[in-house]
Design a protein around this ligand. Structure first.
Ligand code: B12
Ligand code: SF4
Length: 466
């Protein structure tokens, strides 16, 4: 039977672009596209529409699907409770990364009827088709009881081929304007062309995301090259002011053959847009780099995380300072700027690691076209190795707002993994203090800002403290 579904993106509840530029909730749009013709799916994006007014204005939906995130958990919980109060006869489902890893919390707080793990397209379709009955007694937990819901490359191509004119992307471009002098984000459309990262870095939750839902089904799938070219052409037709397509995956260039093939096709078709991708540094080899440059890539984003062999080994990053240096040499020879992601005061960092990483950042920033997002500590997200194994986790309590009489209260949020080394911890606290008291940080973080604008000062501060 046809169902009326509302999918609701995480509620930041702030008019500012805080640390990252914003983009529409592509996962929710992908699910809507997947279900087109079968169910009526509406998207509520609280970044653009005030959610309470929206919910009151619209008739009841059969299903309300939320995508909570840790950073906005208090707001997301408040909104779920508001929907529970307004529409008690509707079904509430949750999905996405936070719901997948933290399902106990949502069930314990009675915030969900069902939780869908991993990729949502096929899982939500099966759910709406009523195929969710497991026919197991409630006292049983089963690991491998169901169909795989991981998308194949063909299905990924279908899922990503959405109607971009429905995404209200120009509204996001407008919202991002104040931070988009950084050329990465100017008139940018995010695309996702892979599904998974098998690396398993200790601080990252990505590797377990698909495995959590489908233990046997996890391997890296990449969109078919011809299908990708058609999607890019569609973006350019529907949003002709697009300047950059950003493949915001973790591993966009993982598949060498497919990357080279779609780049060849892009050169032939002359698509009139530039590209940025996020991928591991070993994916940017000489051959791929040469053709990517010719296809219109203007920046490469990558996770460097630390410039210290011992620390890179501890966090299971699968790269060394030698492979990082070789990557930098390749990109310099190709005249290709980079955006690097770094983490300074890591749980297992020693003082010398801080020195090496901070000096590395300053060296990279010597080329003005390069940018670095430097997190000075690791945020404690569920799903990562540290989350399950590290004993030094800092928590806070966030206040859940009461909306028109709904239950409020507090929710405990894991903030960050604390470094074991005392001196490293001290440096981290000094940086905290500077964020509170130093004029540069106060000014820089007043309204809209990008984290990458703070990198140089954080490094200098850390080096001064050594
Ligand atoms: C690209 C990206 C961004 C982009 C775009 C985000 C956006 N609006 O779509 C930008 C840079 C804007 C961004 C911002 C932020 N991000 Co971000 N982001 C990512 C990244 C790399 C990919 C997400 C993505 O779009 N994937 C592709 C789409 C197709 O998949 P998806 O969104 O996961 O959706 C699928 C499934 O999850 C599922 N699903 C999702 N929701 C629902 C809901 C229902 C009901 C169902 C059934 C299924 C379902 O089905 C979808 C289709 O398969 C992930 C890491 C990762 N690998 O997942 C982090 C990640 C999601 N981001 C994260 C965070 C913390 C943030 C910020 C809060 C950072 C900050 N401090 O500002 C902000 C929040 C912005 C906001 N308002 O929500 C965390 C979330 C952690 C957590 N546990 O909550 C992640 C996991 C990274 C991490 N570990 O740090 N992010
Ligand atoms: S940090 Fe990057 S390479 Fe490591 S597991 Fe996460 S997505 Fe994969």
């Amino acid at each position: 039977m046809r169902k009326k579904v509302l999918l609701i993106s995480s509620w930041t509840n702030s008019p500012y672009v805080l640390g990252y530029y914003l983009s529409p909730p592509m996962g929710l749009y992908r699910m809507r596209h997947w279900l087109k013709g079968k169910h009526d799916v509406t998207i509520l994006d609280p970044n653009l529409d005030e959610p309470l007014g929206f919910l009151k204005k619209h008739e009841r939906f059969d299903i309300y699907g939320f995508c909570p995130t840790k950073d906005n958990l208090h707001n997301d919980i408040a909104l779920i409770r508001f929907v529970q109060k307004m529409f008690p006869e509707s079904t509430i489902i949750l999905g996405g990364v936070e719901a997948t890893y933290n399902y106990h919390l949502f069930f314990n707080m009675k915030l969900a009827d069902y939780i869908i793990l991993g990729e949502g397209e096929k899982a939500l379709e099966y759910f709406l088709d009523g195929k969710h009955e497991m026919h197991l007694p409630p006292s049983t937990l089963a690991r491998n009881y169901s169909y795989s819901t991981v998308l194949t490359p063909e299905e990924l191509s279908k899922a990503a081929n959405i109607d971009f004119s429905e995404l209200r992307i120009p509204e996001y471009w407008k919202r991002n304007e104040s931070v988009s002098e950084n050329s990465l984000s100017r008139n940018c459309v995010n695309l996702y062309i892979t599904n998974y990262c098998p690396q398993g870095c200790k601080f990252c939750s990505t590797t377990r995301f698909v495995r959590e839902a489908c233990p046997s089904g996890a391997k890296v799938n990449t969109i078919e090259p011809r299908a990708l070219i058609e999607i890019i052409k569609k973006v350019m037709r529907q949003l002709p002011e697009t300047k950059t397509i950003y493949f915001h995956d973790d591993n966009a260039c993982h598949d060498k053959e497919r990357t080279m093939e779609w780049c060849r096709l892009a050169i032939k078709e002359n698509l009139g847009v530039t590209f940025v991708a996020t991928s591991r540094i070993n994916h940017y080899d000489d051959e791929r780099l040469a053709i990517m440059k010719e296809a219109g890539f203007r920046k490469l984003s990558c996770g460097i995380e630390a410039y210290s062999d011992s620390l890179l080994k501890k966090i299971r990053k699968g790269q060394t300072t030698k492979t990082i240096d070789e990557f930098l040499k390749r990109t310099r020879m190709m005249d290709m700027p980079i955006h690097a992601n770094m983490i300074l005061c890591q749980p297992e960092a020693e003082v010398d690691d801080i020195k090496r990483s901070a000096e590395f950042c300053l060296r990279i920033l010597g080329d003005k076209r390069n940018t670095i997002t430097l997190e000075y500590y690791i945020k404690a997200y569920a799903g990562s190795w540290y989350y399950d194994n590290w004993d030094l986790i800092e928590y806070t309590h966030n206040t859940i707002p009461s909306i028109e009489g709904t239950k409020g209260g507090q929710v405990r949020i894991p903030v960050r993994f604390l470094p074991k080394n005392e001196k490293v911890r001290e440096i981290m606290y000094k940086i905290d203090e500077a964020h509170r008291t130093d004029e540069f940080f106060i000014e820089a973080r007043k309204g809209n800002f990008l984290t990458s604008n703070l990198t140089r000062e954080i490094c200098e501060l850390a080096l001064n403290e050594l």
